[in-house]
Design a protein around this ligand. Structure first.
Ligand SMILES: *Cc1c(COP(=O)(O)O)cnc(C)c1O
Length: 397
């Protein structure tokens, strides 16, 4: 079979692959501990589930407007105002089948061959692939643990060419848990405006922040910044609704018009029932989010303590999200059963085979010295899994 050049340039999602491999081992009866989860382990809040059940019973089951119902758009607008201090109108919002879909649509309408998009690494692994699918070129800008995995204006200056169209900011970040302060965002915004770059701000983890971190949307830094920014967000992470597939973007009307055109000829509207549930998630009681963040905070503390106990490992202390991104490269070059651990992929395979612990190799996110450990799993599992990891790495020769 001949396949398109377009699809041949794209890799399958490594996180989903590792999860599948771990699940396969589990199905065989192996006692695998998973640190791979890219989603909250909490259930969708009850009030949200009830809203969906009501929607079904009330026959809220037909096509909706392509970019979402007015009721959901209004809930999103109210949320952006309340949480982020942002003003948008209905013609600036598109609801899609997850934030990933929002980004995909955006890439398709904005970029093509010859367009460069700055992607600070470590990055969410789908950004480069979706840029490639659109025909554009992801330009990876490497950051390091020493600078808190944050890109600086100087780095942007150094990476910009006449073909650069946009920069992606994901704060708090998957996979590092790093988050930008207001001052840092101001520096980036100023630099982006200077180079006439569109800022794509993925804020999907905005509510999952620790120790009173002040979460800021870069779009809120001024009128001109907002006009040059697309805010992407969704229900998946903060409301434990990954399976419901609702995300949205907020942007200038001219961008929205193009995204709606694409969505009208592809998926049409996201599920009507999930939209009804999302209105409840955004406008109903928020106590579940608060409880979830409290628990994530405790787990992060436990995981960080256990990671720093392992000699040779360094790990950035996450300000948000539910991931840690430790550097295990001190163990690269060591061996087990005659096999050498050369990089993050071999290291992840080693832990899966020898310790029955699943995690995601950092190379998937553009950082081969690191691995991603999700703490969207219980404290008990974290303790047990970290015990296994400590024992396994001690056995490397
Ligand atoms: C999970 C995730 C998304 C996608 O979420 P959806 O389920 O598609 O809404 C987007 N960006 C980042 C950084 C993520 O981790």
């Amino acid at each position: 079979m001949k396949f398109s050049h377009r699809i041949q340039t794209v890799k399958t999602s490594l996180t989903l692959e590792i999860t599948a491999l771990a699940n396969e081992l589990k199905a065989k009866g192996e006692d695998v501990i998973g640190f791979g989860a890219g989603e909250p382990d909490f259930d969708t809040p009850d009030n949200v589930k009830q809203a969906a059940i009501r929607a079904i019973q009330e026959n809220d089951t037909r096509y909706t407007p392509v970019g979402g119902t007015n009721e959901l758009k209004d809930a999103v607008i109210q949320k952006l105002k309340q949480d982020n201090g942002l003003n948008y109108q209905r013609n600036q919002i598109v609801v899609s089948c997850g934030a990933k879909h929002s980004f995909f649509n955006l890439a398709q309408v904005l970029w093509e061959k010859g367009d460069e998009v700055l992607v600070p690494a470590p990055y969410w692994l789908s950004y480069p692939e979706m840029i490639l699918l659109a025909g554009g070129t992801p330009i990876i800008v490497q950051t390091s643990e020493q600078t808190g995995f944050k890109v600086t204006p100087e780095q942007i200056d150094g990476a910009v060419t006449p073909h650069t169209r946009a920069i992606i900011i994901n704060s708090p970040s998957n996979p590092t848990g790093s988050a930008y302060s207001r001052k840092e965002l101001e520096g980036i915004a100023e630099c982006a405006l200077k180079h006439k770059l569109l800022i794509i701000s993925d804020e999907i983890y905005e509510k999952i922040v620790f120790d009173g971190f002040e979460q800021i949307s870069i779009a809120s830094l001024g009128k001109e910044v907002q006009e040059n920014c697309v805010v992407i967000n969704g229900m998946s992470k903060c409301y434990a609704m990954t399976g419901w597939r609702i995300g949205y973007l907020a942007a200038e009307p001219e961008i929205v018009t193009q995204v709606l055109k694409l969505q009208s000829q592809s998926t049409s509207n996201p599920t009507s029932i999930a939209q009804a549930a999302s209105i409840e998630a955004l406008t109903g009681p928020q106590d579940n989010v608060v409880r979830m963040v409290e628990e994530f905070t405790n787990r992060r503390n436990i995981l960080m303590d256990l990671l720093t106990e392992i000699e040779g490992v360094s790990c950035y202390r996450p300000a948000g999200s539910f991931y840690t991104f430790p550097d295990f490269s001190a163990f690269y070059g060591k061996s087990y059963h005659g096999e050498t651990v050369k990089g993050s992929v071999e290291f992840a395979r080693f832990l899966l085979q020898e310790a029955k612990v699943a995690l995601v190799p950092g190379i998937a996110f553009g950082a081969d010295n690191n691995v991603r450990l999700s703490f969207a799993t219980s404290q008990e599992v974290i303790r047990q899994g970290m015990g296994r990891i400590a024992k396994a790495v001690a056995s490397l020769q």
